[in-house]
Design a protein around this ligand. Structure first.
Ligand SMILES: [Zn+2]
Length: 267
């Protein structure tokens, strides 16, 4: 859904699910400075045909993902968009706007309407041989899911599970199961708080991120993810530039992508 003006104001001085990877230098799309300018409203996010289509498609992809998950159809009807939520412990610093949550099941869903090439940024399909798929996601998507999962868990209480519903067109939907990796979350939140004090705090310097910054988030000083998030330093299959000229990845073997959902049973 497009954000309301009130939601945008809440998000302007906080790290959010969709911006945290860019701000902390883990997005292949935006540098920390570009992400910061967008966050502060200093640069207009133009929007394009993809984002417009995504706003309309999101509802259908969400309902398809709920249909594929092993939850009761009646329960799935209670799925809701909770609006913009602040992190209960760091309410000035982090805000998320989850796509869908089902409170009775304690599950949340992040929806991604991808172009088919984007499948190359994932390390693999959801595997039925492993229960969790954190390590298969592009790093920026994993950071978004983990921040949303942490905020929602703390706002509503209990043990929540997150899903990334990655849609690549046609019937090609992959649903990845994301576990609450508290070590990575704690490290990410610590880096995010350092970044916030330097760059987003309304009472602070609010200085632009730079490669020479020593906050540990945007600069090169401390790599907060090393040792906690092994795969983040391994190369993706393709860079964003390569993606744009890549051939479509799909063969018939993608149709078993739901093995992970049906074989795993209840979570
Ligand atoms: Zn910094």
């Amino acid at each position: 859904m497009p954000l309301t003006a009130a939601q945008q104001e809440l998000r302007r001085t906080r790290l959010t699910g969709s911006s945290i990877a860019g701000l902390l230098g883990r997005s292949p799309w935006d540098s920390p400075l570009e992400a910061w300018e967008l966050q502060r409203g200093l640069r207009e996010f133009a929007g394009n045909d993809d984002t417009e289509a995504g706003n309309f498609m999101e509802d259908g992809i969400g309902r398809l993902a709920l249909h594929k998950l092993p939850i009761d159809p009646e329960t799935a009807k209670a799925a809701e968009s909770p609006g913009t939520l602040l992190h209960p412990e760091f309410s000035d610093v982090f805000a998320v706007t989850p796509d869908l949550i089902v409170k009775s099941e304690r599950i949340g869903i992040q929806i991604k309407n991808h172009l088919p090439w984007a499948a190359k940024r994932y390390r693999d399909k959801p595997l039925s041989t492993v229960r969790w798929h954190n390590h298969l996601l592009p790093g920026d998507k994993l950071m978004q899911c983990l921040l949303e999962l942490d905020v929602v868990s703390k706002v509503y209480g209990g043990e929540w599970v997150w899903f990334l519903a990655a849609y690549f067109g046609g019937s090609h939907l992959r649903v990845y199961w994301i576990r609450r990796d508290t070590r990575t979350i704690e490290a990410m939140l610590a880096a995010g708080r350092n970044f916030w004090r330097r760059h987003l705090d309304p009472a602070g310097p609010a200085s632009p991120p730079s490669p020479d910054c020593t906050c540990g988030g945007c600069g090169r000083g401390q790599a907060w993810w090393i040792g906690r998030w092994q795969h983040a330093t391994a190369p993706m299959k393709l860079t964003p530039k390569e993606l744009l000229s890549a051939p479509l990845p799909f063969g018939g073997d993608d149709d078993d992508a739901f093995g992970a959902i049906t074989a795993g049973g209840r979570f």
